[in-house]
Design a protein around this ligand. Structure first.
Ligand SMILES: O=C(O)CCC(=O)C1=CC=C[C@@H](O)[C@@H]1C(=O)O
Ligand SMILES: [Mg+2]
Length: 368
């Protein structure tokens, strides 16, 4: 049953993006390999119970008769359920099937497509692997890129550093910023939010992200100490999604779902005060699943914000393009590249061409 669900998810992705080159090359041999990367971070990244000093992940590279497609697979500690090892094992299975000719990247009909995928997956792949495979296939079919979207700047770290950054802001203001809260006391959160609001023009609003760290009592108290009209929403205010509408009803503070959307089988339902869903494809599990969520949210008038899981420049490129294609009206949450010391891709990324990857940070995965 699980396999069928997966097959239909992936095949829908293949159906949505037509590309003449894709069909022309469909009979050529496809080869797949894996690169492992390790990228140092400028400062430790605090993620729930983890402190990361470096980001580790995998790059899936598909070569279809000289046309290249890339996907990134990088489970995020503290957020992903799978380990990198588990993801790599599944990805190796996929590469073996591709290289042995058991996986037809571009089947001619639905039954051929189902047969291809069933050969590869004994069970439903983990979200990061689904994302990596689906984005590499999607990449193969892109003839060019859209202009990268303007991002919502991410404000995190010490309040004084945030204020300095805003003081030195050059050029026009984006319509929204994202501010991380929920790590210190609620008194400090209130001060931080109010100071940031003071530093911004009235026309600019902020999105808060509490990562489920407040209690309902704390969330109510913060909401009553700030101007909720300038807060677009708060992502995941408490650990219990049942609290969110009550928070909205009592204070007018809208909320967004992020961790909740990452739960397997999550189904979008109307909720009083729900302003947006945040989609992190690495954690949600692939392009088709993301597209279903975008469609469901649109139908309910709920905003959709694409957001990163601290991917390398290759993964970020995919996320930028997905956001530009699917949610062009939004400022995505992709302001994470400054966390890294280096970029993984050393030159501009050109559709279909091999990506020049900085050799200092990669090793070839085990031969598949
Ligand atoms: O959404 C953004 O603007 C940037 C990414 C971001 O804030 C996050 C990425 C991954 C884990 C968390 O630290 C955080 C989030 O929960 O949204
Ligand atoms: Mg969040």
């Amino acid at each position: 049953m699980l396999i069928w669900k997966n097959v239909s998810q992936i095949s829908a992705v293949l159906a949505v993006i037509p590309d003449a080159v894709f069909h022309k090359n469909s009979m050529k041999e496809c080869k797949a390999d894996i690169l492992r990367y390790r990228l140092p971070l400028k400062r430790p990244l605090h993620l729930k119970q983890f402190n990361l000093n470096e980001r580790e992940g995998l790059i899936l590279r598909l070569n279809l008769g000289g046309r290249f497609g890339y996907g990134e697979i990088a489970p995020l500690p503290g957020f992903s359920c799978e380990s990198l090892f588990e993801a790599e094992t599944q990805l190796q299975e996929f590469c073996r099937a591709v290289n042995d000719g058991h996986f037809k990247p571009f089947p001619t009909d639905d039954s051929e497509r189902r047969a291809s995928y069933e050969t590869v997956f004994a069970s439903l792949p983990v979200p990061s692997v689904l994302f990596g495979i689906e984005s590499a296939l999607w990449w193969l079919r892109q003839g060019g890129w859209l202009s990268p979207p303007v991002m919502a700047p991410l404000l995190q770290g010490a309040t004084e550093h945030i204020l300095l950054r805003l003081e030195q802001w050059q050029g026009s203001w984006p319509k929204e910023f994202k501010l991380k809260i929920g790590r210190d006391s609620i008194e400090e959160d209130c001060v931080r939010i109010n100071k940031v609001l003071e530093a911004l023009p009235e026309s600019v609003s902020i999105k808060l992200d509490a990562n489920q760290q407040w209690t309902l009592g704390q969330a109510l108290s913060v909401a009553r100490s700030i101007d909720v009209n300038r807060i677009a929403f708060v992502e995941e205010p408490t650990a219990s999604v049942g609290d969110f509408s009550e928070l909205y009803e009592k204070t007018g503070l809208h909320f967004a779902l992020d961790e909740t959307v990452q739960q397997p089988g999550y189904l979008l339902q109307t909720m009083h005060g729900l302003a947006a869903i945040v989609i992190k494809p690495m954690l949600v599990g692939g392009l088709c699943r993301c597209q279903q969520l975008v469609t469901a949210a649109r139908a309910q008038g709920i905003r959709v914000i694409f957001s990163s899981s601290y991917e390398s420049s290759i993964g970020l490129h995919i996320l930028e393009q997905l956001s530009a294609q699917w949610t062009p009206e939004e400022l995505p949450g992709l302001d994470t590249s400054s966390a890294f010391v280096n970029r993984l891709a050393c030159e501009d990324i050109i559709a279909g061409h091999p990506v020049s990857i900085n050799p200092a940070f990669v090793s070839l995965g085990e031969k598949s």
